[in-house]
Write a protein that binds this ligand. Structure first.
Ligand code: NAP
Ligand code: G4F
Length: 328
């Protein structure tokens, strides 16, 4: 039986990946942080919390990472933990750099010192590319447009450096946006689908949003965690873009979600609020996943329209049962 350690197991991707690895027969460990509130809700909803081994560790605390990596000696490590919300990275740039940038370096150092045989998957991001018109691949220029993007570039370059300098197996997945019913409520897709459910049930009148013109390459998280695992089944480490190859605007997502729900024209329900605009924005992000298709045999399964419907339907059922938080 192989052993895997997931940093960030409580997040969207961590929970999907844990479920996937359990289905493959892995002994799954995950790191989590002490908080004053419940944070295992995704693992509990998926009914896998009792099958995973949880260990305290924080990406800002080298000792905690050393301890867990030394103890578990995993065959595979998936470094998913991060301050992952781009909007907040403008308000908390130091924290974001520390967790999302330096945090990855701490994981690589802990592995180098205490478990050099472990293969590492590192979660890089399409946010590293910033603004430029072309479809992005593994060789596209990195020109980040947020403190989060800058931090991800630092971690990505560190991964490549450690791979080359110390012969470590570190593969980077350059993942484009991926969503699901387990997406955090602050991200725009889930913000929209959770609001649609509340509006439909007369529990909310309007939703406030920012830049509706921005376009993103939105895929399904369940498809994307499979690509992470595939990268670690290769003989050599490498970098791979994971995407769908098409982008849609926030306005298009709104249109599809409101029409599908039966509420009709989104314009009757949306306010534009300046506070959701970012100091610097990426207008459009589209990825070319042909390298992943050729080498890993990976391609996305769920289509964009199906993803919108899945999120709208799931949030409606959740809200009927009063299970969506009211924080956003
Ligand atoms: P997420 O839902 O925000 O999950 C982030 C995870 O990191 C959570 O488990 C969180 O723990 C943990 N974390 C945050 N700060 C930490 C710290 N200081 N120490 C240890 N753990 C910490 O993010 P996601 O969508 O699953 O994304 C997973 C990874 O892929 C992230 O690195 C993200 O930047 C990257 N990525 C995501 C996308 C996307 O579209 N989803 C695209 C490209 C790259 P708590 O539960 O305690 O907060
Ligand atoms: O859903 P978002 O917050 O995702 P964003 O910024 O693209 O970042 C996500 O994808 C990255 C991959 O490229 C990941 F690395 C990162 O961790 C995260 O998962 O925003 C998407 C777009 C942006 O252009 C934003 O300005 O939606 C626009 N938007 C418009 N109104 C809004 C809102 N975004 C949010 N969160 N909330 C709004 O009200």
């Amino acid at each position: 039986m192989k052993t895997a350690l997931i940093t960030g197991i409580t997040g969207q991707d961590g929970s999907y990946l844990a479920k996937f690895l359990l289905s493959k027969g892995y002994d799954v460990y995950g790191t989590y942080r002490r908080t004053s509130h419940r944070q295992l809700e995704r693992l509990v909803s998926m009914q896998i919390h009792k099958q995973t081994n949880l260990e305290y560790a924080d990406l800002t605390d080298q000792i905690s990472l050393n301890h867990v990596i030394k103890k578990v000696q995993p065959d595979e490590i998936y470094n998913l933990a991060a301050q992952s919300f781009v909007g907040v990275s403008f308000y908390e740039p130091f924290l974001t750099s520390n967790v999302t940038g330096l945090g990855a370096l701490r994981v690589f150092e802990a592995v180098r010192e205490f478990s050099p045989h472990s293969k590492i998957y590192h979660a890089s991001s399409s946010e590293m590319f910033g603004n430029s018109a072309e479809i992005k691949n593994e060789n596209s220029r990195l020109y980040p447009a947020s403190p989060y993007g800058v931090s991800k570039v630092y971690a990505h370059k560190s991964a490549q450096l450690y791979r080359k300098s110390y012969d470590m197996f570190i593969s980077c997945g350059i993942l484009f946006n991926h969503e699901s019913p387990f997406r955090g409520l602050e991200f725009v897709t889930r913000k929209i689908t959770s609001a649609v459910a509340k509006i439909k049930l007369n529990r909310q009148k309007k939703i406030s949003l920012g830049n509706l013109k921005a376009k993103r390459d939105w895929g399904f998280a369940g498809d994307y965690v499979k690509a992470m695992w595939m990268m670690l089944q290769q003989d050599e480490p490498d970098d791979f873009v994971i995407s769908t190859g098409e982008s849609h605007s926030v306005e298009d997502f709104l249109t599809k979600a409101f029409e599908y729900s039966g509420l009709g024209n989104w314009e009757n329900f949306v306010d534009i609020d300046k506070k959701y605009f970012r100091p610097s924005e990426i207008d459009d992000l589209v990825g070319d996943y042909s390298k992943a298709e050729k080498i890993l045999g990976w391609k996305p399964d769920m289509k964009y329209e199906e993803l919108v419907k899945l999120m709208v339907d799931t949030d409606f059922t959740l809200e009927q049962n009063n299970k969506i938080d009211d924080n956003f």
